[in-house]
Design a protein around this ligand. Sequence first.
Ligand SMILES: NC(=O)C1=CN([C@@H]2O[C@H](COP(=O)(O)OP(=O)(O)OC[C@H]3O[C@@H](n4cnc5c(N)ncnc54)[C@H](O)[C@@H]3O)[C@@H](O)[C@H]2O)[C@@H](O)CC1
Ligand SMILES: [K+]
Length: 531
Amino acid sequence: MISAYTGKQVRQAEEPLLAAGLGDVLMQRAAHGLANAVVREFKSRGLRTYGAGVAVLTGKGNNGGDGLYAAAFLAARGMRTTAILTAGSAHPQALAAFEQAGGRVLYLSDAASGALVSEAVRADVVIDAVLGTGAKGGLRGSAADLVTAIADARAQARAEGFVVACDLPSGVDADTGAVSTPALAADLTVTFGAAKTGLLVDPGADYAGRVDVVPIGIEEHLDQPGLRRLEDADVARLLPHPARRAHKYSRGVLGVVAGSADYPGAAVLACRGALAAGVGMVRYLGPPEVADLVRRSCPEMVCSTGAVADNRVQAWLVGSGMGPDDHDQLQRARDAVTSGLPVVADAGALPALPDVMAPNVVLTPHAGELAALLKRLGGEEDRAAVEAGTLAAVRRAAALTGATVLLKGATTLVAAPAGDVFSQADGTPWLATAGSGDVLAGIIGALLAQEDSDVGRFREMGVEPEQRWAAVAALGAALHGKAGRAASDACSGGPIAAGGIADAIPETWGKVSMLSNAGVRKRNSHTLPLR
Ligand SMILES: NC(=O)C1=CN([C@@H]2O[C@H](COP(=O)(O)OP(=O)(O)OC[C@H]3O[C@@H](n4cnc5c(N)ncnc54)[C@H](O)[C@@H]3O)[C@@H](O)[C@H]2O)[C@@H](O)CC1
Ligand SMILES: [K+]
């Protein structure tokens, strides 16, 4: 599990060490980690470090100090290092160490900016150490102009080097992931002590590139993370596995209320996602013509035209492919949400649900649907505002509705009403295809139906029982992303259609599960390997 913290939380964790006079030690550890990461990046790209050019964009605070110390380490390895001071001054000890190691110092002024841009554009690596967690707002003045010019050169492929952000890309808000432009998109962000929340949230994640966390000794002072990400091992631990004497009912039955005359395919894709995601049985409820297509597309399905109350299931999926005029289906969606069972509510159901729900109801809006939901609850947001502040928007929606809210996107965020947030980015842009969300709803529905009252495996991971619905939804997002990636990889990175995501789920599931075979055997009470 990756745990992420706000800038304030990280600074609070640093306080006891700073009070003990260890400030310079922390900075040296951070700088050492940054320098090592830069060297590793050169090696992984098959590039020589000796004689390579390093340009450090250096602010006047401690972030600039980290960059200068790191550049001093790199100079000692024979790299040609140049610091471009953006604020006229820099961390004095770090600057002295840098100059002593043979680094060259240039000062940013309006007159010199053309030459400085060329310097940065020619460098094999640009280290962005202008602003860190102490920044208020984004880059301004000539520092902003410099970054704009470098970013333009990179966009026009006039710069060959790569960009490494020191702690976070300057201009990215460490807490919210909001971006004050201009900001330089990094290939790699080397962040200190702990991942910062804003690096794992869009749009900040767009600028962070890969994120490396360098431990600096503050870790034991960190409190509860504001945001978490499930890694492969967590996914493996959370995926359900049938007990040896399981039968189809004990494995969970999912009821699906989805599809309409206009969008019958959405019901089929939701059902295909669910059938592939481990559930014992899927029942479909809806108009006869949609039921007919579902039955013909998925012979495993049990279809009926009855009411929610007449069907024994462990969880419901409602809304995929439904419109505002599908009155019978919308009534079923409302009945499912008030049944007390876990529900995943998607697309067309979202405008028709009660204002206040329960944590075991998982809403799955995209940014436009989330904006509409927030407006209905009295907010001002439009789609652009949601996209610029995804974390705040998803948290607010969860707090206002009392439901778990999953915001779909390149980075998928899931907020529990009590405040826990998960962030998953397992997929590929090819997942942005019609029907992909229906498959996601199917997966989450299937996982909800398999949830039992055993909350131990969540507790072991530090997830409280009432927040586990968010973890289950994040698990679904992870599985969906990984399956989409696997489907695309199987076509050498080519495009995928939504049905391909569903088809790739079982093998993706199997491969991830192998990571925790020991745990699986423990849960199944088997001591002998299954043959
Ligand atoms: N506190 C510590 O002990 C450690 C801090 N570390 C580094 O220190 C950073 C935080 O350092 P600081 O608190 O000095 O903050 P920053 O380095 O982020 O910068 C703050 C400085 O820039 C100025 N500033 C703020 N906003 C600005 C803006 N929009 N435009 C231009 N100037 C602006 C401030 O007046 C201040 O001088 C972290 O991101 C990390 O890189 C690491 O060295 C690890 C240890
Ligand atoms: K930075």
